[in-house]
Design a protein around this ligand. Structure first.
Ligand code: NAP
Ligand code: SF4
Length: 675
């Protein structure tokens, strides 16, 4: 008897059956653009072997003007068909099903040739779009239909027509971007014409036995977006026009409300999809922040949808569904929704991967094979670098001992998990603990090892992490000056007014921690919706609360300081930095930059500005928290080298400046793959 009867139930589509209710949602990986179609095929085949019922590819452009970026993958001719056939064949051999997403970006296309219903520039692109004429619109429709027909020829099981997230089709639907007065604009009947025409003509072109998923924006989260009645009307008309399934889209890319970041509550938008249930007779998929079989089952069993879409969790663990079937949910590598190696890479022009699973999109290059010569491996430090090394080495058949002087595994992850909005880190530490126990890693906690203790091992890995950097501020030895470790790990007393020194990732984390009093809106959906101004779209157009964001009062008065003159938080994640900045702004944090730290005394923190040390000012803080970066902890590594043992030094112990879990896990996994 499975714990996930709804998630694992088949779904009969009439002409074909999906083996369960899990869809791998579309993600742009950048793999297609490498030109290595074997690699693309292996990425999808790996997930097909992992048991997912149906996958949707990353967005494929129907033509040049509609492609997200110059050079992005398109489906326009038989050469492309041949490349995509490699993928579909490999997926089918692996027992999977796959649909190609057709993505016309409209005014979001990053190039001067972009087109849209009206010449309204997007706030997230420098390129003003050209307004399409009747002939231009006809070309876009026929190019999309042609892409669908070519996808069918390439062996895909279906297509997903991307009608949400503020892309081309969405731009026709709302008056925010559609100012036309012809038959494609004005009344909703006219604005809806484009998606209906696309679905109708696609169905005509592909025949009956081919999946057409229509991704419909159910809550736009931008001013002048769709009303709920319009959403329902569109869903019905799309069904009538021949769609097989309706998938949920949440928020336009330009929306200033987070929709998938880790601070968004799990399944935060399932209630939006639920409203559509019963309005149409075709299956409906829900999406966003569903990352465990338990959450998926809850969403499905409470009637929110017929199917769930998981995208990033399929990067974190290709075997998500098979592990659920086997009752091994605790062994599923959790997607922590950090975006660090997936979306941040995509927007940084890098190949997608995953912080938790560095093999994602590197399946053909980072191969974890059983070892032919098992070795004894000592790893010192049970943070992300040490844990990933231990796990991979043990998976390969090595005899691994993991030491840490702390009483629990996790290292800095244990501090991250204390921060409101970073609850997913609990699951990550639990997963590592489960995996190393299961793999028979010998774990020696509360153990301070010396170089002598490590002499008998074949391989020694030093993952001892970092120590806080000493900012050398006169007066920092006062009792009211504490470090981020005192705050996050040791829960030190903190006054009502706080100066945080250092505005890196940890300065932001500590500020967020101090602004709340033990409460996290990430585990309180109504509070989260209120804080960000999300409303029921049936009551307020586009799902925007008329009163806007209503944050709860901050628990403390926080001043966040840095010596740099640039805007605070520049070094944070590309796709998440704005959320951290907005959160702190909503809580009235005082951002002060370009400072010199002069001293700390009874009056507070004394600062001045610029090289001339001008404008001396006192920040009257009860508590000063030092978040001034890190230095590598290498004393054990140095002692080993003195004894003639050359250890592998990884993670923060190797490079503190770039201390982060993504780099640490990648480095540990890759090292262990080579022993
Ligand atoms: P960091 O990002 O390197 O930031 C250190 C901060 O301390 C900077 O704001 C720096 O700004 C300041 N600083 C450096 N030397 C100083 C000195 N001598 N005196 C006073 N201030 C000094 O380090 P972190 O905040 O400790 O974070 C460490 C790593 O953890 C990051 O690299 C990141 O990868 C990861 N992390 C990321 C996040 C996230 O993205 N949300 C969250 C937590 C941790 P000035 O030099 O301008 O003063
Ligand atoms: Fe999830 Fe982070 Fe991995 Fe992206 S990088 S898939 S958000 S864990």
């Amino acid at each position: 008897m499975t714990a996930y009867p709804n998630m694992l139930a088949p779904l009969d589509l009439g002409f074909t059956t999906l083996k369960n209710r899990v869809l791998m949602g579309s993600m742009h990986t950048g793999l297609e653009e490498t030109g290595d179609w074997n690699r693309v095929a292996e990425f999808y085949a790996d997930r097909a072997r992992g048991g997912v019922a149906l996958m949707v590819t990353g967005g494929i452009g129907p033509n040049l003007e509609g492609s997200v970026l110059p050079g992005a993958s398109m489906m326009t001719n038989d050469d492309e068909v041949a490349k995509h056939s490699i993928v579909t064949q490999r997926v089918h051999e692996a027992g999977g099903k796959i649909a190609m997403q057709i993505l016309h970006a409209g005014r979001y296309a990053y190039g001067p040739k972009c087109v849209a219903p009206s010449p309204v520039k997007s706030p997230i692109s420098p390129f003003p779009p050209s307004e399409l004429d009747e002939e231009g619109i006809e070309k876009q429709i026929s190019d999309i239909v042609n892409a669908a027909a070519l996808a069918q020829k390439a062996g895909y099981d279906g297509v997903e027509i991307m009608g949400s997230e503020g892309y081309f089709i969405n731009q026709f639907l709302v008056t925010h971007t559609n100012k036309r007065e012809d038959r494609w604009g004005g009344s909703y009947e006219n604005r809806m014409r484009l998606p209906i025409e696309i679905v109708r003509r696609t169905r005509e072109a592909v025949g009956t036995d081919f999946i057409i998923i229509y991704r419909l924006s159910m809550i736009d989260l931008v001013p002048n977006g769709s009303t709920y009645d319009e959403v329902v009307e569109l869903a019905k008309r799309v069904e009538e026009a021949g769609a097989t399934i309706i998938n949920t889209g949440i928020g336009w890319h330009e929306a200033r409300i987070p929709t998938i970041a880790t601070s968004v509550p799990r399944a935060a938008f399932a209630w939006v999809t639920k409203k559509l249930m019963g309005e149409v007779n075709i299956p409906v998929i829900t999406s966003n922040r569903i990352n465990t079989p338990e959450v998926a089952e809850e969403v499905l069993s409470t009637g929110c949808a017929d199917m769930v879409s998981l995208a990033r969790p399929m990067l974190a663990d290709a075997d998500f569904v098979n592990k659920a079937i086997a009752g091994q949910s605790a062994k599923i590598a959790p997607c922590i929704a950090c975006n660090q190696a997936c979306l941040d890479h995509t927007f940084g022009g890098k190949l997608t991967s995953c912080l938790v699973n560095p093999r994602a999109c590197h399946e053909t290059e980072l191969v974890i094979e059983d070892t032919q010569s098992p070795k004894s491996v000592a790893i010192v430090g049970a943070g992300p670098a040490g844990l990933s090394t231990a796990m991979t080495a043990a998976q390969r058949g090595h005899d691994v001992t993991l030491f840490d002087r702390a009483a629990e595994v996790g290292g800095q992850l244990n501090m991250a998990k204390q921060v409101p909005g970073k609850e997913e880190f609990w699951g990550l530490v639990d997963w590592y603990r489960t995996m190393i126990e299961d793999l028979g890693v010998k774990v020696e906690l509360n153990r301070e090892v010396s170089a002598e203790d490590l002499t008998g091992f074949d391989e020694v890995v030093i993952a001892t992490g970092v120590n806080p950097r000493d900012p050398e501020i006169p007066g920092q030895d006062r009792e009211n000056v504490i470090s981020y470790i005192d705050v996050l790990r040791d829960k030190a007393e903190v006054g009502k007014s706080v100066a945080v020194i250092g505005a890196g990732g940890i300065g932001f984390d500590v500020s967020e921690f101090l602004l709340e009093d033990g409460h996290s809106i990430t585990t309180d959906l109504p509070a989260w919706m209120k804080e960000w101004g999300v409303a029921d779209p049936a009551e307020h157009r586009s799902g925007l609360a008329p009163e806007g964001p209503q944050p709860a009062a901050p628990a403390r008065e926080v001043t966040l300081l840095q010596r740099k003159k640039q805007a605070h938080g520049k070094g944070l994640g590309k796709t998440t930095g704005w959320i951290h900045r907005a959160t702190l702004k909503m809580k009235d944090v005082n951002f002060v930059g370009g400072v010199n730290y002069e001293r700390i005394d009874d009056d507070g923190l004394h600062i001045s500005f610029g090289e001339e040390r001008a404008d001396p000012t006192v920040i009257a803080a009860d508590t000063v928290v030092l978040c001034s970066g890190q230095v590598s902890e290498r004393s054990l590594a140095d002692a080993l080298i003195e004894r003639g043992i050359t250890p592998h030094v990884i993670g923060g112990a190797d490079l503190a400046a770039e201390l982060d879990a993504k780099r640490a896990i990648n480095q540990g996994t890759r090292l262990a793959a080579t022993f």
